[in-house]
Design a protein around this ligand. Sequence first.
Ligand code: PAP
Length: 326
Amino acid sequence: MESHIEKQNSDVLQKSFNEMISTLPKEKCWGFPKDLHQYQGVWFTQRFLQGALSAQQQFQAQPTDIILCSSPRTGTAWLKSLTFATITRTLYNDSTTPLLCKMPHDVVPFMEFDHAQFSTNRHLGIPLLATHLPYSFLPRSIIDSGCKLIYICRDPKDTFVSLYHFIAGHCKAENTQPFQLDEAFELFYEGVSLNGPYWDHVLGYWKASLEHPDKLMFLKYEELVEDTVLYLKKIAEFMGYPFSSEEQQQGVPENIVQLCSFENISGLEVNKIGKHREGHGNLGTENNIFFRKGKVGDWKNYLTTEMAQRLDQLTMQKLSGSGLSL
Ligand code: PAP
């Protein structure tokens, strides 16, 4: 229970945060009822920004932590399932894994949402944690602890289409009108998207991965789709949980890939009808909104050739000289 003094302190902090946020540039979040606020060049919802700042102050990383980093809609839930199943493969079997009854975001917590609870009382037996924060916003303790980071990114065109549908799904749930796709496209193009500009998010982690390849593994959604087993083995090795030759002969990596496949995960009862973050006065989000198609190149069904070319050109410009292509 929160004491009277703690409540007063948190009210004061909330008031000064509200004052600070009211001074920031503001934009519509594609029809979502919450606005985006630009803080140090990044567009955050109030909840994300508040979580980011608290995490910077409070989050204590452990050297054994493995932090899954991503911009929204680039494959986070999939990466959570794959890494969780890999790390817990001797604790659970195919019929007891929590992935069968919890959605991936409820199995691996988000630092900026759950850090207060988890930084003091984390289940360190399972060292996974996730974040959508840009690299420059990571709490100092993450860098200082020397823990490992895995970043996943995705073709900006598919990321945009996925994000658009995700926000439109939220709008439907909240009875608000989403922006037209072409209006949202212009905002994405200008960098106004959740934790955007998207390209800055990717580049921040890309550069860090070049500086610290032993600490930061950089993945692309498309590569993971192309050869999931190969990349899962690389991920397991990087995390320090390599598959033994016996496990490889028994097909353990293939089993995990199958368990975490879009078809399997999205077809589970919990992900079809369950809710995420329900309770404590929160109505929660339908889990099925997190699983849409899980395909590479779905942008072709939504973007005109001109839109795709503009986005490709911008991506080339932004990534030019970095050695990265998307
Ligand atoms: P979030 O962290 O913002 O919730 P995130 O999990 O990063 O989103 O990405 C969601 C995308 O991954 C969705 O893509 P789509 O809209 O193009 O379909 C989602 O469908 C896809 N996805 C979720 N689970 C899997 C999976 N097991 N395999 C492949 N793709 C998946």
